[in-house]
Ligand binder design. Structure first.
Ligand code: C2E
Ligand code: MG
Ligand code: MG
Ligand code: MG
Length: 278
């Protein structure tokens, strides 16, 4: 009798939270679907620069969702929802199309590249490479102007993903391994990944000011990347001390709040910063 009551209570306590979680997921999905239908997503851009001269080498497109009530929802929240809801293919293409169109009418597109994040599940669609090619063509961009960023976990064991990356590279698009050093990729396989650029995660950059071992690790990583033909980019550079240490270690290209926060593409100029001219 007591057990039955307990069971009932346990059910009564368990059920609402479950339903809340489920409702929340359903709500997110429905709202994201609406956002896609109304193209309520936009793209902001962050410069990728040469550390010595602060020349803009590229711009990374970052998706933003402006929700009517919640404000700007960060991609770390809505990208996983889109993946679970099977919407990431549509979302990814919308972002790519937007980013390419804006980039094509930006003066810097003659000298800088466009870098766009893609989820591994997007590349499981066999027609992904041809969709990318069509999007470039519509925007009037050359394959050499585009870099696609994938996280190292995507490369760990997905042979379909590797196949898609090979096709994209044969077409002339460059591939960047994003957030390097945070996932499960083994160094043993690094040279086999079909990639051109490696973006070292900002956690490594944050460590170099306070951890001497991190300096050795980064210095060695840079030598390794050079030896296997990968161009290295340091992510999350926030102050001049980090930039100076990275330059000492042989790092030439980076990205971070020190050089510019994500924002409208029109705010990024390809002229050298005035500080460099003095
Ligand atoms: P990510 O590709 O590694 O992008 C870099 C993230 O670090 C961005 O966050 C950027 O605003 C932030 N960041 C840049 N510089 C600094 C810095 O100096 N300090 C700190 N603390 N952070 C910095 P954001 O825009 O919130 O994007 C988060 C992640 O969401 C991205 O990480 C990417 O994995 C994913 N994402 C964004 N847009 C897309 C997209 O269109 N498609 C897919 N699949 N993923 C996307
Ligand atoms: Mg990225
Ligand atoms: Mg990253
Ligand atoms: Mg990231």
């Amino acid at each position: 009798y007591a057990a039955k009551t307990q069971g009932k209570d346990a059910y009564a306590m368990f059920e609402p939270s479950m339903r809340q979680g489920f409702d929340r997921e359903v709500m997110w999905r429905a709202e994201l679907q609406q956002a896609l239908q109304h193209s309520a997503l936009h793209v902001v851009f962050q410069p990728i620069v040469t550390l010595a001269g602060r020349r803009v080498a590229g711009v990374e497109a970052l998706a933003r969702w402006n929700h009517p009530h919640l404000g700007v929802v960060p991609p770390d929240v809505f990208i996983p929802v889109a993946e679970r809801a099977g919407l990431i293919g549509d979302l990814g293409l919308l972002v790519l199309r937007r980013a390419c169109a804006e980039f094509a009418s930006w003066p810097g597109s003659q000298t800088a590249y466009l870098s766009v994040n893609v989820s591994p599940s997007q590349m499981l669609d066999a027609s992904f490479p041809s969709k990318v090619a069509a999007t470039l063509y519509e925007a009037g961009l050359r394959p050499g102007q585009l870099v696609l960023e994938v996280t190292e976990n995507a490369l760990a064991d997905e042979s379909e993903v590797i196949g898609a990356l090979r096709r994209l590279r044969e077409f002339g698009i460059r591939i960047a391994i994003d957030d390097f050093g945070t996932g499960y990729a083994s160094l043993r396989y690094l040279h086999r990944f079909p990639a051109d650029i490696v973006k070292v995660d900002r956690t490594y950059v944050q460590d170099i000011a306070r951890d001497p071992a991190a300096v050795h690790i980064l210095g060695t990583l840079w030598q390794l990347f050079g030896a296997i033909g990968l161009t290295a980019v340091a992510e999350g550079i926030e102050d001049q001390a980090q930039a100076a240490m990275l330059m000492d270690l042989g790092c030439r290209v980076g990205q971070g709040f020190l050089y510019g926060r994500p924002g409208p593409l029109s705010a990024i100029t390809t002229e050298p910063a005035t500080a460099d001219q003095s």
